[in-house]
Ligand binder design. Structure first.
Ligand SMILES: [Cu+2]
Length: 143
C-alpha cells in the first residue's frame, strides 16, 4: 500500500515539475514595428523567468513568416550589424529585454502583408522543446 502511495506521489511530483517548467516564462510587452511590405520584421518583448533554473530559448517560429531567427545587434566600427545568436538565456528570477538596438526575434520571409494594430503569432521554443506562444502587437513606426 505504501509502495503504491509512493509511486503515486512520485508520478504527481513529475507532472507538477513538467507543468512548472512550461509556465516558468512570462512574456509581456511583445511588439513589432510596422515595416514596408515584403520586408523582414523584428519582435521585441520582456521575458521573465519565474522558475528556479535557467531557460534557453533556442528556436522560434511565427505565423505568416517562412523563417525566424534569434538575433543580436552589435556596433561594428560604427556600423550597426545584426548577428544570429544560438540562444536567448534567461536566468532564474531574471528578465531578459528584447529591444531595438539589442536582442530581437527576426521575422524573415513574410508571406503576407502586416499592418499596425494587427498581431503576429510567435512561438518561442526552449532547449527542452517547451513552446511559449505569444502575440506581438504591430505598432506604427515613429516618424
Ligand atoms: Cu535581426
Amino acid at each position: 500500500m505504501l509502495r503504491i502511495l509512493l509511486t503515486l506521489l512520485l508520478a504527481l511530483a513529475s507532472i507538477q515539475s513538467t507543468y512548472a517548467d512550461q509556465s516558468s516564462l512570462h512574456i509581456k510587452d511583445a511588439w513589432t514595428p510596422e515595416a514596408p511590405p515584403g520586408r523582414m520584421m523584428a519582435g521585441f518583448m520582456q521575458i521573465h523567468n519565474a522558475g528556479s533554473s535557467p531557460v534557453a530559448i533556442v528556436d522560434a517560429r511565427a505565423t505568416g513568416f517562412g523563417h525566424v531567427e534569434l538575433h543580436n545587434t552589435t556596433m561594428d566600427e560604427g556600423v550597426m550589424r545584426m548577428r544570429r545568436v544560438d540562444a536567448l538565456t534567461i536566468d532564474a528570477g531574471q528578465t531578459l529585454s528584447l529591444e531595438p538596438g539589442g536582442l530581437h526575434v527576426m521575422l524573415i520571409e513574410p508571406q503576407q502583408n502586416f499592418h499596425a494594430g494587427e498581431h503576429i503569432e510567435v512561438v518561442l521554443i526552449d532547449s527542452n522543446g517547451n513552446e511559449y506562444p505569444l502575440q506581438s502587437e504591430i505598432r506604427p513606426r515613429r516618424r
